[in-house]
Design a protein around this ligand. Structure first.
Ligand SMILES: Nc1nc2c(ncn2[C@@H]2O[C@H](COP(=O)(O)O[C@H]3[C@@H](O)[C@H](n4cnc5c(=O)[nH]c(N)nc54)O[C@@H]3COP(=O)(O)O)[C@@H](O)[C@H]2O)c(=O)[nH]1
Length: 808
């Protein structure tokens, strides 16, 4: 699972927060500083106030002491006149508000006079009286509540009285009220909730302003405070948690009558920290609130701006990308007010889309081209074999539902190889294109025209109509093909063979329909009559051929091939001048197979090349063997196939055979057919010249059946014309055959060639040939082709030509 990603809005919010963070930090820092300053200021104020309260108290004490010192010098006090003293003291107390009472005691502590009546007549046990008498100096007493008229906190002091000899005579005491601190505090303008307290040297609360039941007078202050203040021996400040639970800031200051004396009072001034900080806190809160407001505004602005300038354009961009990805129409936002980077992003997106579209287009074109290449023939643009099968299967599936026929026509050009070789491949290609175009013109647009390869074409007719129309179409196709084509500067005429198979009668799938159309085409080629419909027996025949082909492949290695020899007899003297080696196949099951049956197959499969080479060598060896047996050295004629002749290495193979057999080249004769050389007369002349270069003889076999141009004949380096047996057969009954034979012999003589008549079977034929001055004969009249041993016997005792019985 991919980690959850934050949105741009979140990042913008974060950025905004980061941006306002320093301001926030400043505000917090400022607030803290303000708080610190407020506390420092308050501490200072408290400290000053405590100091001034102490000063004030000391001033009051000092004033009281001076008053007592002044009174000590008065006669009434000197004489210790109780009545006078009382009046005097009352007058002084009346005029001095801080003084609650003044009293005179003798040295035993007995009260002699007082401005106000006292509860007791003896003050000897009071600390201030005791200390003043004992230490003989102005001394402070302890905290007390006077009940002089009303109850209020007060403090007593005592001044020892001495006579002129310095002897103690008594003490003057003064009771001072503490309540004046309240007005001092008011003058100090302490913040609200400030308080002030006075404790004695033991921490007992003597005074607390403003009055608070939680801080009762006469009770010790909180021990933690007392401890924190170090028992208030020196002035200082503490921050403690007060009884109300609030942190409180306090300044304290001890009151001493003399620097070496211990403090008898401690002045405390305090205030709750909360109050001190109230102002700072308020400012702080204000700053923070402002900050929060600013932050919120910033966040809101960032959000709105982010939405407007980033989020929405990006979302639209993403949407456009998604639409584009799904191949739907897309549109890019172009407000003109979006940030530069987004503008660039949009530009880049458009470029990318353009680029993608271009490459998609290119890819589509390449794919289409590849698809086309995969299903079409590159040269003619027609469908190829693969597409043919696809289309055929397709049309079969639709036609089969309606039980309708589909026709497959397979077509092969005759002699295309020759045209290709003689005019060149480019011209050959041009011819194929023209033929392809003609085929296309002859059929319906929905029909498929395909080039299977080489000079082979196939057509699928979706709706071939009845048999007649198909026959007529086949004729039209052949007719159209045979019309002259202009290729470059040449006018070329080609014919074709066409095989037809029909769905469903001749096959239920594309493979069997094509195979059967091929068989029909083969049949048509064999018959040489244009086109043929497939018939079931063709398949059987084809199967037979297939088996034969398979056997033929092994015939050489199994030594099943052999040669028979037929003598060639000179007419003038009746002697055997040579023989023709004729191939035989001794098949283990079929017996002796005629060359007429297997030579075309060997030719077609290419097996004729090794077979021909074997026959050539075997014949040469045989000729030498007979010679070695003392038999006459006669010529040895070997048939060549067109494939051998065109193979290119024939001169080499011939030279090798002569070399291996040691047969003199002059005794070897190679028989070529007219058709073999007329396919490519110029090339043939070249090959013939090479062969002639070896010193051997060349003859033109089956002469008269082909279409040898007399002009070419002039240039063919041949030695002999073999007059075809078809003319010889009829010479004695068909004048035209006789005329042909006579003409051939005349031409040969005029060209300095010898002639030999093939297939001579009768004396009549022999007589005719003699009359025409044919040079030699070959035929059953003299001898059938014989096995080598029989031929040797024949050669040893050749029959005389004149005595031969006619054979028909
Ligand atoms: N390329 C090669 N072709 C060869 C080779 N051996 C033979 N062949 C060709 O096969 C064809 C059939 O040959 P074959 O069955 O041997 O027939 C030959 C003769 O037996 C036959 N012949 C001869 N005299 C008579 C006759 O008086 N009457 C008659 N009915 N037939 C006769 O003629 C054939 C010889 O013809 P040709 O070669 O034209 O001289 C045949 O075309 C052979 O050429 C081979 O090794 N290679």
């Amino acid at each position: 699972m991919s980690p959850r990603r934050a949105s741009i809005r979140s990042y913008l919010a974060l950025l905004t927060l980061v941006a306002v963070l320093p301001a926030l930090a400043l505000i917090v820092h400022g607030g803290l500083r303000q708080r610190d300053e407020a506390i420092a200021q308050a501490q200072n104020q408290l400290r000053i106030l405590a100091g001034s309260l102490v000063e004030s108290q000391l001033g009051t004490i000092k004033a009281a002491r001076q008053t007592l010192q002044t009174l000590a010098l008065t006669p009434a006090v000197q004489q210790q006149n109780a009545a006078n003293c009382s009046r005097l003291f009352q007058a002084v107390v009346k005029q001095t508000p801080a003084l609650l009472n003044i009293a005179l005691c003798d040295k035993g502590g007995r009260v002699l006079a007082a401005a106000r009546p006292l509860e007791t007549r003896y003050l000897a046990d009071r600390k201030h009286v005791r200390d003043a008498l004992r230490l003989n100096r102005f001394a402070a007493g302890e905290f007390l509540f006077t009940r002089l008229g009303h109850t209020e906190p007060a403090f007593a002091y005592a001044l020892p009285l001495r006579d002129s000899q310095g002897q103690t005579r008594g003490v003057l005491t003064a009771v001072l009220r503490l309540s004046d601190f309240a007005s001092l505090l008011q003058q100090a303008r302490l913040p609200d909730a400030s308080f002030m307290a006075v404790t004695d040297h033991q921490g007992t609360r003597l005074f607390f302003h403003p009055p608070n039941p939680a801080n009762p007078i006469g009770r010790p202050i909180a021990p933690t405070t007392w401890q924190a203040a170090g028992q208030a021996q020196e002035a200082g400040q503490v921050s403690v948690i007060a009884s109300n639970g609030r942190r409180t800031l306090m300044a304290y200051h001890p009151v001493r009558l003399a620097p070496d004396e211990p403090p008898h009072l401690v002045i405390w001034v305090g205030i709750a920290e909360q109050r001190i900080l109230a102002q700072a806190n308020r400012q702080w809160q204000y700053g923070l609130s402002l900050m929060v407001l600013v932050t919120l505004l910033a966040l809101l602005s960032a959000r709105q701006l982010g939405l407007k300038l980033l989020v929405r354009p990006l979302a639209l961009l993403a949407q456009a990308a998604e639409e584009f990805g799904h191949g739907r129409p897309w549109r890019l936002p172009r407000t003109g007010r979006q940030p530069l980077e987004l503008e660039r992003l949009a530009d880049s997106f458009e470029h990318m889309v353009l680029h993608l579209q271009q490459s998609q287009q290119q890819q589509q074109q390449s794919e289409e081209r590849l698809r086309h290449l995969a299903t079409h023939d590159e040269l003619t643009g027609l469908a190829n074999r693969r597409l043919l099968h696809e289309r055929l299967e397709q049309v079969i599936s639709t036609r089969s539902q309606r039980q309708q026929r589909v026709a497959v026509l397979l077509l092969d050009l005759d002699r295309f190889q020759f045209i290709n070789d003689s005019l060149g491949h480019n011209q050959g290609d041009a011819l194929l294109c023209q033929i392809g175009a003609r085929l296309r013109q002859c059929v319906q647009p929905e029909d498929t025209v395909c080039r299977l390869g080489g000079d082979e074409f196939a057509l699928v007719l979706n709706d071939p109509g009845p048999g007649d129309s198909l026959t007529s179409l086949a004729g039209q196709l052949l007719e159209r093909i045979s019309q002259s084509c202009t290729i470059g500067n040449h006018h070329v005429t080609v014919t074709a063979s066409l095989g037809i198979s029909l769905y469903p009668a001749d096959g239920g799938d594309s493979i069997s329909l094509l195979r059967n159309a091929d068989l029909a085409m083969y049949q048509a080629k064999q018959r040489g009559n244009g086109f043929a419909f497939y018939r079931a027996e063709m398949n059987r025949h084809a199967l037979k051929i297939l088996e034969l082909e398979n056997d033929l492949r092994h015939a050489l290695e199994r030594r099943e091939l052999l040669l028979h020899y037929q003598p060639k007899v000179e007419l003038a003297r009746g002697r055997i001048i040579g023989c023709e080696a004729l191939l035989r196949w001794q098949h283990p099951q079929r017996g002796l197979v005629s060359p007429a049956d297997f030579i075309p197959l060997a030719e077609e499969t290419g097996l004729i090349v090794p077979i021909g080479a074997w026959a050539l060598l075997e014949a040469c060896n045989q000729a030498m063997q007979w010679q070695q047996q003392g038999l006459p050295a006669i010529g040895m004629a070997v048939n060549l196939s067109s494939r051998q002749f065109r193979s290119g290495d024939l001169p080499t193979a011939v030279a090798a055979a002569l070399r291996h057999s040691a047969l003199p080249a002059s005794r070897l004769e190679l028989e070529l057919t007219e058709s073999m050389v007329m396919d490519d007369p110029a090339g043939a002349v070249q090959t013939m010249q090479q062969l002639k270069g070896c010193g051997l003889q060349l003859s033109l076999d089956d002469f008269g059946t082909g279409y040898s141009s007399l002009n070419y004949l002039r240039h063919f380096p041949v030695d002999c014309l073999k007059i075809d047996a078809s003319f010889i057969r009829d010479v004695d009954r068909d004048p035209s055959a006789a005329a042909v034979v006579t003409s051939i012999i005349d031409i040969a003589q005029n060209l300095g060639l010898t002639t030999i008549a093939e297939g001579v079977e009768t004396h009549a034929q022999l007589t005719f040939l003699r009359r025409c001055q044919c040079d030699a004969l070959q035929g059953y009249l003299y001898s059938r082709p014989l096995p080598a041993a029989d031929f040797a016997q024949l050669l040893a005792r050749p029959p005389a030509l004149a005595h031969l019985a006619a054979r028909t």
